[in-house]
Design a protein around this ligand. Structure first.
Ligand code: COA
Length: 171
């Protein structure tokens, strides 16, 4: 299957399919304008996966400014806001490919570290993030509307010159 899906940048006419995947895959849902706003903010870090002409997954990201490290250096942090793959297309490498593309896109905006929030019970997603080098930085108590805790997971860009300085979580 790896050769038969492809990853490309989100286009505005993908919006209906992306919103539909979001609603089917996650309890955290957003209006169309939220997706379009993130596309406007960072178009090179919003991707879809396609299989046989259909959108089967997406990742959308935001570039945030923070302070990091002992020197309290200003740093750009890449936030994975939402990623999902259609249920029937999971465990085929699509999520890994989307997250990898999203990080490359965020790097192109100067992000030197990446972070995300994930439900503590979401073993599939945590497994994928850990495989990609993310680790749990802290627990965000009652982060979700239903009261569930989140893990804040982070990963530093190993190729970044700021490596070694950016060792704090998002501010
Ligand atoms: C998280 C998600 C995007 C991953 O997409 P995917 O296409 O299945 O991801 P991949 O196929 O690239 O990788 C799946 C990996 O998870 C692993 N995995 C699956 N179930 C797992 C579990 N219960 N515990 C740990 N790892 C698990 C698989 O073994 C696989 O690893 P491998 O490639 O080493 O075999 C997908 O599960 C999804 O859409 N979930 C619902 C939405 C969601 O939770 N998004 C994240 C919110 S933070």
């Amino acid at each position: 299957m790896n050769e038969s899906f492809n990853i490309r940048q989100f286009r505005p006419d993908d919006i209906k399919q992306v919103v539909s995947i979001n609603q089917r895959a996650l309890p955290e849902n957003y209006p169309d304008q939220f997706f379009m706003g993130l596309h406007y903010h960072a178009p090179k870090a919003f991707f879809v996966a396609e299989y046989e002409g259909e959108v089967i997954g997406y990742i959308m990201c935001r570039i945030e400014r923070g302070i990091s490290g002992f020197g309290r250096m200003p740093v750009k942090k890449g936030h994975i806001v939402s990623v999902a793959v259609l249920h029937t297309m999971r465990n085929k490498g699509v999520g890994t490919a989307l997250i990898t593309a999203g990080m490359e896109g965020m790097k192109s905006y100067g992000a030197s570290e990446f972070f995300l929030e994930v439900r503590k019970t979401n073993e599939e997603a945590i497994g994928v993030y850990e495989k990609l080098g993310y680790s749990v930085r802290r627990v965000l108590r009652g982060y979700y509307r239903d009261g569930e805790d989140a893990y804040l997971m982070i990963k530093k860009d190993e190729s970044s010159q700021e490596e070694g300085l950016a060792d704090d979580g998002p501010d």
